[in-house]
Design a binder for this molecule. Structure first.
Ligand SMILES: *Cc1c(COP(=O)(O)O)cnc(C)c1O
Length: 375
C-alpha cells in the first residue's frame, strides 16, 4: 500500500512552514498594515505592484480545476515546471541515501535537480523505439527509489510512452512517486494522466504554460497530485512563488483557452507539413513520429547540418551526443515562414561543399553558452 508519509523526509513532515501575512489574514478589504509593503504605490509607469500576491493563487486554481478536471486542492503552481521538479526531490530524497530513476534520453532537469540536491540518479535507458523498458525499470527500483520520472510525450524523442507501461509502473512502484511530465500533452493524441489521479495516490502529473499556452516567459508550471502531496509542496515552497503579474496574465490566458486550441491546431498542421518535407530530403534518415511540437530528425551528417544551419542563423538543438539520439537534431515546429526558411537552408546544403572547420568550432552545444537553454 502506498503511504505518502513514509516516502517523505522525516523533517519535512514535522516542519513548520513560514506563515506569511497573506496566510494569516485572508480578507480583501481593510487597512493593510501587516506586510511592510509600500502604501504609496510602485515606481513603475504602469500597474500597481506594491502589494504581495496571493500565496496560493486561488483565482487561477478556480479557473484551472474545471479545465483540467481536477479539484483545486490537487493543483500546485510553480515558477516553471522547474520548481515542482526541485520541490519533489527535496521533499522526498535524503542526500547520499535515496535515489531517483530516469529513462534517458529524456528531459535534463530531472537529473540536474537530483544532482543539485546531491541525490543519486539511476538510469534505465528507453528501448531503441523510445519506449519504457518495463522489466529493467522494475528491476532497477530499490527501497530508496523515491521518484520515477516519465516524460510523455518524451523530450527529445517526441513520442508518447505506452500507457500500459506507465500503468504497470504505477501499480508496481508503490513506495515511489511516479511522475508523468506532460509538458507537450496539448499536442498529443491522448488524454492526460490527470484523469487517473484518484486511482493512483503515487501519481504526479506535470504540465506547463510554457508550450501550448505560449507563455514560456511567464515561468508558470503546473503540478497535479493528491491533496496530501500538494499540501506538502505548499509547505516547502517559497511563500510568494508566483508573482502578481504572472497570476493576472495566467488568468487572462485561461479566459482564452480557444486561442490555445487554435494555435495547437496550426502547429499540428505545420508539424505534419514539416515532417513530410524533411522526409523528402536525401540527407534525412529518419523523422521520428511526434506527439509534441518538435521533431527529432536523424541526418547522415548531423554535425554538418547543424553548423550549416547556424551559419544561416537557423538554430536547432543538437541532440547527436545524447543516448539513442546518434545523428539527431531536435527541431521545434515554427511558423509556416520559419519552417520554409529551414527547408530552404537544408536544401541549399547538398549543393554546398561540406565544411570541416567552421569558426564556430564543434557542434557540441556545451561549449556554446549562448545556445544553452532549458527546453
Ligand atoms: C519545456 C519542458 C518543460 C517546461 O518547463 P517550464 O519550466 O515549465 O518552462 C517541462 N518538461 C519538459 C519535458 C519540457 O520539455
Amino acid at each position: 500500500m502506498f503511504n505518502l508519509q513514509s516516502l517523505l523526509r522525516p523533517h519535512i513532515l514535522s516542519l513548520t512552514p513560514y506563515s506569511s501575512a497573506r496566510d494569516e489574514y485572508t480578507g480583501k478589504v481593510g487597512v493593510f498594515l501587516d506586510a511592510n509593503e509600500n502604501p504609496l504605490g510602485s515606481t513603475t509607469d504602469t500597474g500597481e505592484y506594491n502589494r504581495y500576491p496571493d500565496p496560493h493563487q486561488w483565482a487561477i486554481k478556480q479557473k484551472l480545476a474545471p479545465i483540467k478536471g481536477v479539484r483545486e486542492g490537487q493543483i500546485f503552481l510553480g515558477n516553471g515546471s522547474d520548481e515542482p521538479i526541485d520541490l519533489l526531490v527535496r521533499a522526498t530524497c535524503i542526500p547520499g541515501k535515496d535515489n531517483i530513476l530516469i529513462m534517458p534520453p529524456t528531459y535534463g532537469m530531472y537529473e540536474v535537480s537530483a544532482a543539485v540536491n546531491d541525490v543519486e540518479i539511476i538510469k534505465v535507458p528507453l528501448t531503441t523505439d523510445f519506449q519504457v523498458d518495463v522489466e529493467s525499470v522494475l528491476g532497477a527500483i530499490t527501497d530508496n527509489t523515491k521518484l520515477i520520472w516519465l516524460c510523455s510525450p518524451n523530450n527529445p524523442s517526441g513520442n508518447l510512452l505506452q500507457a500500459d507501461a506507465i500503468r504497470t509502473i504505477l501499480n508496481a512502484a508503490t513506495h515511489s512517486l511516479v511522475i508523468v511530465d506532460e509538458a507537450y500533452i496539448d499536442f498529443a493524441s491522448t488524454s492526460s494522466w490527470t484523469n487517473e489521479l484518484d486511482t493512483y495516490p503515487n501519481l504526479v502529473v506535470l504540465q506547463t504554460f510554457s508550450k501550448a499556452w505560449g507563455l514560456a516567459a511567464l515561468r508558470l508550471g503546473m503540478c497535479f497530485a493528491s491533496e496530501e502531496l500538494i499540501q506538502i509542496l505548499n509547505k516547502i515552497k517559497p511563500p510568494y512563488n508566483i508573482s502578481a503579474p504572472t497570476q493576472s496574465l495566467a488568468l487572462d490566458a485561461l479566459a482564452h483557452e480557444e486561442a490555445k486550441t487554435n494555435m495547437v491546431t496550426e502547429i499540428l498542421a505545420e508539424r505534419q507539413n514539416l515532417a513530410e518535407n524533411l522526409r523528402s530530403l536525401p540527407s534525412v534518415q529518419v523523422v521520428y513520429l511526434s506527439d509534441a511540437n518538435f521533431l527529432l530528425v536523424k541526418f547522415d551528417d548531423a554535425k554538418g547540418v547543424f553548423e550549416h544551419l547556424i551559419e544561416q542563423q537557423v538554430i536547432v538543438r543538437d541532440r547527436s551526443k545524447v543516448k539513442l539520439c546518434d545523428g539527431c537534431l531536435r527541431i521545434s515546429v515554427g511558423t509556416r515562414t520559419e519552417n520554409e526558411r529551414l527547408m530552404e537552408v537544408l536544401r541549399q546544403m547538398k549543393d554546398a561543399p561540406v565544411s570541416s572547420d567552421l569558426p564556430l568550432g564543434s557542434g557540441d552545444e556545451a561549449t556554446r553558452p549562448e545556445l544553452v537553454s532549458n527546453a
